[in-house]
Design a protein around this ligand. Sequence first.
Ligand code: PLP
Length: 282
Amino acid sequence: EFALLNEEIIDRSQAKVDIEDRGYQFGDGVYEVIRVYNGKMFTLTEHLKRFADSAESIGISLPFTSLKLSEMLEELTEKNNLQTGNIYMQVTRGTAPRNHLFPTGNVTPTLVAYTINGVRPLENLKSGVKTILTEDIRWLRCDIKSLNLLGNLLAKQKASEQGCFEAIQHRGQEVTEGSSSNIFMVKNGTVITHESNHLILKGITKDVILDLCFKNNIPVQERTFSLTELEEAEEVFLSSTTAEVMPVIEIDGKKIRSGIPGHLTRKLQDLFEKEIEKQCGA
Ligand code: PLP
C-alpha cells in the first residue's frame, strides 16, 4: 500500500507526521473523502474545489494546484490498484512549536492522502437505515470541512449506541444535517433539504441530488425545515460520499410512514446510480 505525503508517493508504513503537527494537536486542517468506483474518482473536480475552498477559509495555502493534486491522486489510486473504495486526503497548517497562534515564517502545510477499499453499502441502500435525533452542539462554521469533528463524533457514537446508523442534528426546531451526511425530507411531493450556509457542510452528494432533481423535474427546495415537518415527512433520506442516497426508515424508534424506503428516494437512487455509471462506467 502507498500513501501520498506532501509531494511524494511512498510506502504507507513510511508515511509519518511529527508529534507537533498542528493537525494532530489542534485539528488545524481540512480534509476530503473521495469515492472511487471502477478505479475512477467520482465528482473529483467538486471535491478538489471544496478542499481548496476549505483550506483557503482557514488561511492554509495548498502546496499544489488542483491539477497537480488530481494527478497525484490518480497515481495513488493506480498504484494501490483501488477499484471500489475511498481516498482520504487531509492538509494541516504544518509542524511548528505548539502555540495557538498561526506559525510565522516558512512552515509548510502537511498533505496526506491514502486509499481504503470499500464496497457500496448495498444492504442499507435497499432496506434503509434507522436514525436518532440529537441537538446540534457544533460550532457555527460547519461549512468548513475541518478536521475538528468532536461534535460529529459524539453524535455518531450516540446513534450507534442506540443501534442506529446516523444522528440527525437540529438546532432547536431547525433540522441541520447528519453527523456525516446531509438530510432530505419529502413534503407534498417536494424534496426539501437545508440551504447550504454556515450551519451545514455543502455536501457534494447533496449537490448531485439537487442537480438530478432539476434535470428530472422533481420538485425541490433548499430551505430550513423543522422537527415537526420531519416528523410528518412522506419520505426521509440522507446523503454522503459513502452512503450515496440512503433511505431513512426510522427516527427515534418511530417509523416514517410504513417504514419502507419511499418512492422518490428510490427514484433518486436509480438516477444516482446512472450518474455513477456515466462518470465512472461502473
Ligand atoms: N455533512 C457532514 C457533516 C459530513 O461530514 C459529510 C460528509 O461526510 C456530509 C455532510 C456529506 O458530504 P459529501 O456528500 O460531500 O460526502
